[in-house]
Ligand binder design. Structure first.
Ligand SMILES: [Zn+2]
Length: 135
């Protein structure tokens, strides 16, 4: 019991750099009319400026439904978060494996893949794993 609680605390700390980035976007969502809910140790935020960002500031035409940042998932709406939850949970597990290295490794792989002629998003191994587990 204590070992499980300690493990959970260490996991939260390991993922904290990504979570802090996610909380920044979460606060932006709340400050611009969005909402928030908790699912286990994951916080989900939606709406406001985050919805605009997910529509216009991603590598995919038309944007994405959601994005995982540590133990935070941001989405266009509560319905969008429901739609992409399984996919985003794969990214949560990836964050728990890679910790503070997830964001730089993800971005570095996307840049390398792009300059080698691939698709920065769909050919990224983190996305390929997520789409294989939760299409
Ligand atoms: Zn993904």
């Amino acid at each position: 019991m204590i070992a499980a609680a300690l493990r959970r605390c260490l996991l939260i700390l390991w993922v904290l750099p990504g979570t802090l980035v996610g909380l920044t976007f979460g606060l932006l969502a709340l400050a611009t009319g969005g909402g928030c809910r908790r699912r286990s140790i994951i916080l989900e935020f939606w709406g406001g400026a985050v919805t605009w960002m997910l529509k216009h500031c991603t590598p995919l035409p038309g944007g994405v439904s959601g994005m995982t940042l540590g133990h935070v998932v941001i989405g266009r709406s509560p319905e969008a978060l429901d739609f992409c939850r399984e996919h985003e949970l794969v990214h949560v597990r990836q964050y728990e494996r890679w910790g503070p290295f997830f964001i730089p490794v993800y971005l570095l792989l996307s840049v390398i893949i792009y300059f080698r002629g691939g698709h920065a998003y769909f050919d990224n191994p983190f996305e390929r794993e997520a789409y294989e587990e939760a299409p």
